[in-house]
Every structure is written in C-alpha cells, then in structure tokens.
Design a protein around this ligand. Structure first.
Ligand SMILES: [Zn+2]
Length: 453
C-alpha cells in the first residue's frame, strides 16, 4: 500500500528528470528531477528501482487498489488534481527547515532513523532515536487537526456530530452498530446504494464508527455508493458526492476499498489539514493507509486467518535493513513451529521495524521540496502515524502469541488455529480491552499497553 504515493512522486520526478535532460532548466520539472536524484542518493538507486518493481507487481490484474483499464481509479497517477482546491496556507505547513526560526524551539532530540535496505537512512522528525513505545502526541490526533479556514468551493464540510476515533477505534469492530440500525440506514438510502455493494455495506457498517461515517455520507450529504470493477474513488465534488468501489477482487478487497474511500470522505468532511491541502498524491493517504491496514489485519484475524495479504507483505521490514518479519511469521506457521512464531513477534525490533515500514513513505516525502503539489507531514503527524502503525504491530504480535499458545494447548496446527474458538474469543477480548485502553491512555505507549493486557 504505502508505495502508492511514493510512486506518484517518483513518476513525477522521473518524468521531470527526462524533461530536464532535454534542457528544461530553471523549472518546476528541474526541481523535481533534482528531487529524484536526492531520493536516489537517500534511499539508493536500487531501492528506487525496487519500489518501481513493487509498484509494477501491484498493478497485476485483479489488484483492487491499483491501476487498471479505467483512468478514473483512486490511484495517484490517475487522479487529477482537484482544480478548485486551495493552495496550502501558512499555518498548514511546517516551517521550512532553514530560513525560519520558530519562536519557541523545542529541546533538541536525537532523531529516529529508518535504515533502508540499500544502506541509506531516513530521519523521522517527531520520534526520538530510541523510541520504543510510540504513544500518540496528544489528547487529540494531529491527523485530524482542522485546516485554518473552511475550504472554499468544495461542498463537503461541517464535520461529524461525534468523534469517529479514527486513530484508535475506527474499523476495529470493537463498538458495533445494531442490525436494525444498519437495516434502516440501507432502507433510507434506497437506490443510492448500488445493489452490488449491499453485502459490503452490511459487513463494514457493523463497526459503529464506520457506520456513523457512512450514515453521515448517505443521510446528511445524500451520497451515492457505486460498484465498478477495480479500485476505488471518492468524488466529494460531484453532486451527489459519490464513492466508487471495485468488487472484482472479492469480498475482503471490496470491504477494504469501501473503508479506504470512506476515510477520504471523513478527512474531507472534518475539514482537516490533510483533507484540505494540495498534494498530488493525496495528503491524507499516509493516514488512510495506516487505518486501512489496521482494518485489514483485524478483518483477517476475525475471519479466522493470519494477517497475511499482498497489502501487508511490505509492512514488517521488507524494504528495511535487518529482519523481514513477514516471511519469518509465514514460515513458522507453515512449519507448525509455535516457538519460532512467538520468537519472531517477541523480537525487540519487531514493533520498531513495523512502524519504520509504515512511516517510510511519508518520511521520504520530506526529501522533496514542499511546494504547491507536495505536502510535508509535520513532526506531530509523523508521530501520530507511528502511533497507528505501532497498534498494527502489537495487534499482530498479540495474534501470533495467542495462536502459538492456543496451538500448543489444544494441539491445533498453527495454520488452522486462527479459526479456533479459543483464539477468536481471546483476540476479541484483547481487542476490546486494547482499544478501550488506547482511549483512556493514548500518550503513554502502545507497546506497554499491550503487555499490560
Ligand atoms: Zn485513496
């Protein structure tokens, strides 16, 4: 997932590089070309090539989140800039690295470093070098911070009547909507929900927060949900506002795409900086990727499977120096080796590696100059992204340890144990307590919260 937005930057920069070689000096393209060179220096040319290869793989037919025949997919490359979107205003961007001196300088901290497999490094402002807990930055999420002024010329505005808890509870299934509530929502929306999406709507809206977002979309903004083949798209400018959801990838991919597009609506509706500023890849994508992945991981676990999917393949160190935990976990399950599975997720670097994989792309954006098409995430936003990726890490850690325990206790092979009723019950209890604990104590630390439960 996280390669999408980076792909956009790379393609932009690569195009610009070829233009620049043809002599277009002193231009936006020239700057983008030098950005590509800087990125190659930073993460290595091989890494850039690898990312482009990974992107090509993700374009395989049947992939719901990527390119396809139609140019209208929710893919940065095919997504035109919203023409009436305002340029970022002062106050929505972090101060420039050089040339501006903030009035109050925070104490200097040693930065968190991501070590790329190529040997190059990326700094993550907002996280300390030895960060190990990854608590949120404050009582409310910087990812949901409102833009300085309401947007002009875009119809979706006004926020939500209650807190959707996007960075802790949204899509976790911990708080449920009732059957009659969902039925009534579907009835009142009538033909504005494509019949091909009814099952997906019923499924994802069992989560209370997804339900509330969907209800506001359908009832307040009179939105439409339309099925198509691959990928997805949120069109908040259209009347009525429309979400397109590809169904060709099967039920799970349809659910994930629906949640992804609905999150675009949430960031738009709440008039957040991330929904507001101009960024050619969509400034809300890093946040949506993290939340979407949490939804996917929990959906897989609750449906009796390990959290392995093409979208989680690169989330556990695949691009980084050191261990890639994804194949390690897969191999332990295939060998039916509970001790090895437990050892993989209990490794001291497991959470740090998962967080690093998650924030790699948004932190890489800092290597491009901020400008009218490139938004720089703030240190607070990077911290709050890490907060969500750390949740994803400890949910997987807990799932694997629970799988190992139940497997040993009941004699069930690891490959089958995720569907065992003991596993399901223990994980449901854990998720309920964990999400509740995050609400009460967001800033203390995700890793120790999991250990205490
Ligand atoms: Zn998107």
């Amino acid at each position: 997932m996280y390669v999408f937005a980076l792909e956009q930057k790379l393609t932009q920069a690569a195009k610009a590089a070829s233009t620049a070689r043809r002599g277009a000096a002193f231009s936006e393209q020239g700057r983008d070309a030098s950005a590509l060179l800087r990125l190659q220096r930073a993460i290595g040319n091989q890494a850039v090539q690898r990312l482009l290869r990974a992107i090509a793989e993700q374009r395989a037919p049947g992939s719901t989140t990527t390119a396809s025949r139609t140019p209208q997919l929710d893919h940065p490359i095919f997504r035109p800039l919203r023409s009436n979107q305002e340029r970022p205003r002062s106050g929505t961007q972090p101060p420039a690295q050089r040339g501006s001196t903030p009035a109050k300088k925070p104490p200097r901290r040693k930065p968190f470093i991501i070590e790329h497999r190529s040997g190059s490094t990326i700094q993550v402002p907002g996280l300390d070098r030895d960060e190990s807990e990854f608590g949120a930055g404050g009582a409310t999420s910087s990812l949901m911070a409102p833009a300085a002024r309401p947007r002009q010329g875009r119809p979706i505005t006004g926020g939500f009547s209650d807190d959707l808890r996007v960075d802790t509870a949204f899509g976790t299934g911990v708080k449920r909507a009732t059957g009659p509530e969902i039925k009534s929502l579907i009835q009142s929306a009538g033909s504005r929900i494509d019949p091909h999406l009814l099952r997906a709507v019923r499924k994802v809206s069992t989560d209370r927060f997804v339900f509330r977002a969907l209800r506001t979309f359908l009832e307040t903004d009179k939105g439409r949900l339309v099925a198509w083949k691959n990928g997805g798209r949120y069109l908040g400018n259209k009347r009525p506002p429309t979400i397109y959801v590809g169904t060709a990838g099967g039920a799970l991919d349809t659910h994930v795409t629906l949640v992804h597009e609905l999150l675009h609506y949430v960031f738009d509706k709440a008039d957040t900086v991330l929904g507001e500023v101009r960024d050619s890849g969509g400034a809300d994508h890093p946040a949506i990727d993290a939340i979407e992945e949490r939804f996917l991981i929990i959906d897989l676990i609750r449906s009796g499977q390990p959290p392995f999917h093409k979208k989680t393949r690169w989330s556990f160190g695949g691009y980084l120096k050191g261990q890639d935990y994804f194949p390690a976990m897969e191999a332990a399950i295939a060998r039916n080796d509970p001790a090895a599975l437990r050892a993989a997720v209990d490794d001291a670097k497991f959470v740090r590696t998962t967080v690093s994989s998650g924030v790699l792309t948004p932190a890489s954006f800092l290597k491009f100059p901020a400008g009218p098409t490139t938004y720089h995430p703030t240190p607070d936003q990077l911290r709050d992204l890490a907060f969500i990726w750390a949740q994803n890490a400890v949910i997987v850690r807990r799932a694997m340890k629970t799988a190992a325990t139940v497997s040993t206790r009941t004699g069930t092979p690891l490959k089958d144990v995720f569907a065992h009723s003991d596993f399901q019950q223990e994980m449901a209890t854990f998720l309920r307590r964990f999400v509740g604990a995050l609400r009460r104590d967001r800033t203390r630390g995700v890793v120790s919260l999991e250990r205490r439960l």
